[in-house]
Design a protein around this ligand. Structure first.
Ligand code: GDP
Ligand code: MG
Length: 599
């Protein structure tokens, strides 16, 4: 039957191990794309940002036709998965749409943290795994050593591991045959009522939401009335089809198929990843397992530099949210920054992407506040409040306890760096669990961390203390009680709400001091003296003073060096654009992120 000729699979790998390059080779060998179209390599990463960062942010799916050595033409659906922990729920839904996974490991790097994290997700999804060792063309590759790691990890035989060079195209022919032979065909569930898994949705300005789905049971015809479990709304299936390089409209999608659905949905929040589509007239009783409402984990205030750009910011956020069901935002007011929005993100990368897109694609100049996590605060009157903005932390006297989110983390490293990593773990309030040896040189260390301690720069620090060798991955494990306090910053006696942070009591003094010193360095001299203070409640714990301005900046140039003068002027102009008047003090954008630059 048809369904026996379908293979649904994904590629999972640690970042930079060659997922995108391998995907390109598969598109090429199946003539889905030819060499000229390949000119811009890595076609699956189609957003600028993705290309720059070398990561696939949004999952896509692409259909290939391949005539195998057995003479049969197979339909291969490659489902691309996002490569970052912020999007691990989306990864899990993409995996759920597949029967098999290629586990790609770099022959020069070996197994890394995301290799293992992704492998576990794939095993959870019940996928058949084809291990692939990539970059065998590199002189520094250690194919047999890495093969042993893979064997230890998943208990396969050496001959089941496929060595390839995605870059040079070596072994790709063997691999594609293995996909046909080793990835199981989807189950034939055509007789059941429709259940289709949404594994992605994107927004098209003309057509509304374009929903990527896997038909798990039943079939879907063009013109059917469909319904979504998450909202019980009815929509008409205006267009259905499959994706190769473009959308290919079809009249029917059947169980086992991967395709798209367009049904005049105006808001991607009505087509949530993980939800199930069924037919209005012959509905399935239950939605498919594994649906989850994803919650933002990291929050930040976004404020227009010019207060008259508030409406522009609102419109831009609205447009972005149309395409991104996980972005949430609510208006908020800051004494220091005026009208803006409190935005919730899946993680720091997600936050950076949104901020960059707002500036690049929508041209709004924004000030962002230091990112924070969401706290649960039990009040003395036994009420519970959720605090997603540090300045909204209740007064100490009203608090009976505060809880913060925790993650469990795995770090893979050469054993040489265990000491450094233990030290970093301690600095970040980590709870060390245990260490397992992966082989004679490499270990996997397990920790639990407060999310707040790793959202800033943990990954960069880890890389630098391990000379780039350590890799990490984490998952959210729930809330725990912590000794947290609110640290306020005052400029000339006025609290600057946008600079408030929540920190562990043991770190409050240190942070207060460093923050004052940092702000002193960032805030330019003004016409009068500026006092910078850090305080917990009414208690001032640190103070710095910026003396009043004496000379004009240009005086320093002695009129001699023109280019230097111009540079300085330009820099000043640039800086001015980013200045915010806070009370009587001019504060540059940088100050609101000063905390991020403290070590
Ligand atoms: P991804 O992050 O897993 O998608 O990795 P990419 O496909 O973007 O590859 C990361 C880097 O490794 C890029 O610079 C690729 O050109 C390079 N690369 C990928 N596969 C190979 C390979 O087989 N051999 C060599 N030498 N380089 C490769
Ligand atoms: Mg990639």
């Amino acid at each position: 039957t048809e369904v026996n000729r379908i293979r649904n699979f994904c590629i999972i790998a640690h970042i930079d191990h060659g997922k995108s390059t391998l995907a390109d080779r598969l598109l090429e060998i199946t003539h889905t794309l030819d060499r000229t179209q390949m000119a811009s390599a890595q076609v699956l990463d189609d957003m600028d940002l993705e290309r720059e960062r070398g990561i696939t942010i949004k999952s896509h799916a692409i259909q290939m036709k391949y005539k195998a050595q057995d003479g049969i033409e197979y339909t291969l659906n490659l489902i691309d998965t996002p490569g970052h922990v912020d999007f691990s729920y989306e990864v899990s839904r993409s995996l759920a749409a597949c029967e098999g996974a290629l586990l790609v490991v770099d022959a020069t790097q070996g197994v890394e943290a995301q290799t293992i994290a992704n492998l576990y997700l794939a095993i959870d999804a019940g996928l058949d795994i084809i291990p692939v060792i990539n970059k065998i063309d590199l002189p520094s590759s250690d194919v047999e050593g890495v093969a042993r790691q893979v064997i230890d990890l998943i208990g396969v035989n050496r001959e089941d591991i496929i060595p390839v060079s995605a870059k040079a195209g070596i072994g790709v022919d063997v691999l594609i045959e293995a996909i046909v032979k080793r990835v199981p065909a989807p189950a034939d569930n055509n007789h059941l009522p429709l259940r289709a898994l949404i594994f992605d949705s994107v927004f098209d300005a003309y057509r509304g939401a374009v929903i990527y789905l896997r038909i798990v049971e039943g079939s879907l015809r063009k013109g059917d009335r469909v319904k979504f479990f998450a909202n019980d709304k009815l929509f008409l299936a205006d267009e259905i089809g499959t994706m190769s390089m473009k959308r290919q409209p079809k009249n029917i999608l059947e169980s086992g198929d991967v395709g798209y659905l367009i049904c005049s949905i105006k808001d991607v929040k009505d087509a949530k990843v993980g939800d199930t589509v069924t037919l209005a007239d012959n509905p399935a009783k239950e939605r498919l397992a594994g649906y989850k409402d994803v919650k933002p984990m990291v929050f930040s205030g976004l404020y227009p530099i010019n207060s008259n750009e508030f409406e522009d910011l609102r419109e831009s956020l609205e447009k972005l949210a149309l395409n991104d069901a996980s972005l949430v935002y609510t208006p908020e007011t800051s004494v220091a920054l005026g009208f803006g929005f409190r935005c919730g993100f899946l993680g720091l990368l997600h936050m950076e992407i949104i901020q960059e897109r707002l500036e690049r694609e929508y041209g709004v100049n924004i000030i962002t506040t230091v990112p924070n996590v969401e706290y649960r605060v039990m009040l003395t009157n036994s009420e519970m409040v959720i605090v997603d903005n540090p300045s909204k932390m209740p007064e100490p006297g009203r608090i009976s306890l505060v809880e913060e989110p925790y993650v469990s983390m795995q770090i893979i490293t050469l054993a040489d760096y265990i000491g450094n990593i233990m030290k970093l773990g301690m600095e970040r309030r980590g709870e060390y669990k245990n260490t397992d040896y992966l082989d004679t040189l490499r270990v996997i260390m397990h920790f639990e961390f407060p999310l707040a301690e790793i959202v800033f720069d943990f990954h960069d620090r880890l890389k630098s203390i391990s000379k780039g060798y350590a890799s990490m991955d984490y998952e959210y494990i729930g809330y725990r009680e912590s000794e947290l306090v609110k640290l306020d910053v005052l400029l000339n006696g006025d609290t600057v709400d946008a600079l408030s942070i929540v920190v562990h009591r043991s770190k409050a003094y240190d942070w207060g001091k460093k923050l004052c010193i940092k702000l002193k360095a960032i805030i330019p001299k003004q016409m009068y003296e500026v006092a910078i203070q850090a305080a917990i409640g009414s208690k001032v714990i640190s103070r710095e003073t910026i003396s009043a301005m004496r000379k004009n900046v240009l005086a320093k140039c002695y009129g001699g060096d023109i280019s230097r003068k111009r540079k300085l002027l330009e820099k000043q102009k640039e800086g001015k654009k980013r200045m915010k008047q806070v009370g009587r003090v001019e504060v540059p954008q940088e100050a609101f992120l000063a905390l991020l630059n403290i070590d």
